[in-house]
Design a protein. Structure first.
Length: 317
């Protein structure tokens, strides 16, 4: 019980530090922008991961879907998403202003505030794009390109509502005390639920369950591509979690470093567990790249919410 209380206390301290915007300046905006660029490289990681898992002949289609995740997602987030998540005024369900985001730059002070808001916009969009592209692997070889483009627009709008509930001060989950530092729920859980719904609606891929023979075992087309994608997602995740401190001033750098240590430690635990699992499953005959990747990625998803407030030794579990 004492440890649980300690973690909860740490979460409150972390939230107070991150919410402290007094003295925010260019250093914070630079940190947020740099983290955003790192996070957006995760799009390449998802693409490589999906390329390695998909059947040969679908490579171009898969990569184009990841491109248009960003294209249609950016349009949706600019028109509606940011206003729904962080617009003012707002209620417990959604923001009611700030759509088609623009800001006044008549004075230098207004330009500074605009710059801070723009850096926040880029960072939050990188989260929205990540949540959307999680579904790309689920729908690969299941739906037409035009349908996926429509999904990319709609999914960002859905994400915006969930982000408001958790991260806006007026959101109903935030009012209940929910703490999700970097998006296990709004980003990864939401993406997984969207993917599950897509799988149920679209059905199995062609040739997987054709009714004439037993279901074919899943065989990756390119294990090296899976591992390259894993590495790209791995370093992108560090930017994902550390960047959620929203700066390095006013002791925010302490939060960022703690999140970084937790992220690396959790992957150590996930990687070891995945290695043991795949060796036991194969009776020590081989190691499957996709199982190792899933173990490490699963540990990254798990640590994303509490990464800034759990003790480093506990992050390995």
């Amino acid at each position: 019980m004492a440890n649980s209380c300690d973690v909860l206390a740490n979460c409150q301290v972390v939230q107070d530090i991150v919410n402290d915007v007094s003295g925010q300046h260019a250093d914070d905006a630079t940190w947020v922008l740099t983290s955003s660029f790192v996070i957006l490289t995760m799009q390449s990681g998802f693409g490589m991961l999906e390329l390695g898992c998909a059947a040969r002949g679908h490579e171009v289609n898969i990569m184009l879907k990841n491109v248009y995740d960003v294209v249609f997602g950016a349009a949706a987030y600019y028109l509606l998403g940011y206003g729904i998540s962080y617009g003012y005024p707002s209620n417990a369900f959604m923001g009611l202003g700030g759509f088609i985001m623009d800001t006044s730059t008549d004075t230098f002070e207004m330009q500074v505030q605009s710059g801070l808001r723009f850096s926040s916009y880029i960072f939050q969009f990188s989260f929205a794009a990540t949540s959307t592209t999680i579904v790309s692997g689920c729908l690969a070889m299941r739906c037409r390109f035009a349908v996926y483009c429509l999904y990319s627009f709609y999914a960002v709008v859905v994400y915006a509502f969930v982000a408001h509930w958790v991260w806006s001060e007026t959101g109903w989950l935030a009012q209940l005390g929910v703490h999700d530092f970097a998006g296990s729920g709004p980003v990864h859980l939401l993406g997984a639920v969207n993917g599950l719904i897509g799988i149920i609606c679209m059905g199995p891929r062609q040739g997987r369950f054709d009714g004439t023979r037993p279901a074919q075992d899943f065989t990756p087309s390119s294990p090296p591509s899976i591992l390259i994608g894993l590495f790209m997602l791995w370093w992108g995740w560090i930017g994902f979690n550390c960047g959620s401190s929203f700066g390095i001033t006013n002791n925010k750098w302490i939060v960022a470093t703690r999140a970084g240590v937790a992220t690396i430690n959790s992957t150590a635990g996930g990687g070891i567990a995945a290695l043991i699992y795949t060796k036991m499953k194969s009776r020590c005959q081989y190691i499957r790249a996709e199982e190792v990747a899933n173990g490490i990625l699963g540990s990254l998803v798990a640590i994303t919410a509490p990464c800034a407030c759990v003790h480093p030794p506990a992050t390995r579990i």
